[in-house]
Ligand binder design. Structure first.
Ligand SMILES: Nc1ncnc2c1ncn2[C@@H]1O[C@H](COP(=O)(O)OP(=O)(O)OP(=O)(O)O)[C@@H](O)[C@H]1O
Ligand SMILES: [Mg+2]
Length: 229
């Protein structure tokens, strides 16, 4: 199976604060990998390193390239904080822009945006700015934004935080049907086990376990030791 994301010996420090230590893992084409870790374990920092937003020591390859504009065009991201991604005067504008950047005609791009917002249960909010939405609605809009970019690799940082039960169920169905490769962080063990096949556990900046999703989320000793239950 082709490797689309490869992390080899990655370490990162914010100034003198060492946050990631010798991280090694890879994601194969079509695979859905979970990244599990307590608050402050380094999950978001790791994702930022993968996207080239932070640079550490060691090697990161996304589709065989160093993280940068060309590799990242093939990656759809939902950041932990949806405000980082939704900034146009209207939600429809937020979802239209990436399609225009891909060369899609304006009319078609706008129609695509409205349709995607409808699928996310946000049709009534299409003309409003993201800041007028609830946090859960913004999260759903950010997920719709990532998907409209037709990514080959989807990176989701805590996608279910703030989502209600129905929205989580909808997201589980969607992710299970989506044939793209995925890297997903979440504190919701049940959710992570449903949408990933393998999980890597990060504890205080180090990978301390890796294995089949079901085995990891049922390993009470490991979860307790890593502050996850
Ligand atoms: N900009 C920053 N400057 C300095 N330290 C930072 C910065 N951002 C994060 N950190 C520190 O890096 C560590 C890892 O943070 P990170 O946000 O990656 O954790 P996380 O696993 O995503 O946590 P959470 O589950 O709360 O989202 C924490 O100790 C945090 O205080
Ligand atoms: Mg985080």
């Amino acid at each position: 199976m082709k490797t689309i994301l490869d992390v080899d010996g990655l370490s990162f420090a914010y100034g003198r604060k060492q946050v990631l230590v010798n991280i090694n893992f890879s994601v194969s084409e079509g695979e859905s990998l979970g990244l599990l870790g307590a608050n402050g374990a380094g999950k978001s920092t790791l994702l930022w390193c993968l996207l080239g937003l932070l640079r550490g020591e060691g090697s990161v390859r996304v589709f065989g390239e160093r993280p940068g504009a060309s590799a990242c065009r093939r990656v759809g991201v939902v950041f932990q904080n949806p405000e980082d991604q939704l900034f146009m005067p209207t939600l429809a504008g937020d979802l239209t822009l990436p399609q225009l950047n891909r060369g899609i005609a304006p009319e078609q791009a706008r129609a695509g945006a409205v349709e995607a917002l409808g699928s996310a249960g946000l049709a009534a909010c299409a003309g409003e700015p993201a800041m007028h939405l609830s946090l859960g609605q913004r999260k759903r809009a950010a997920i719709a934004l990532a998907l409209i970019q037709r990514p080959e690799l989807l990176i989701l940082d805590e996608p279910t935080s703030e989502l209600d039960g129905g929205s989580v169920r909808h997201l589980v169905d969607l992710l299970r049907r989506l044939p793209v490769s995925k890297l997903i962080t979440s504190h919701q063990l049940e959710f992570l086990a449903k949408v990933t096949s393998r999980i890597v556990v990060l504890h205080e900046g180090r990978i301390v376990a890796e294995g089949p999703a079901e085995a990891i989320v049922s390993n009470q000793e490991l979860l307790l030791r890593c502050g996850l239950i």
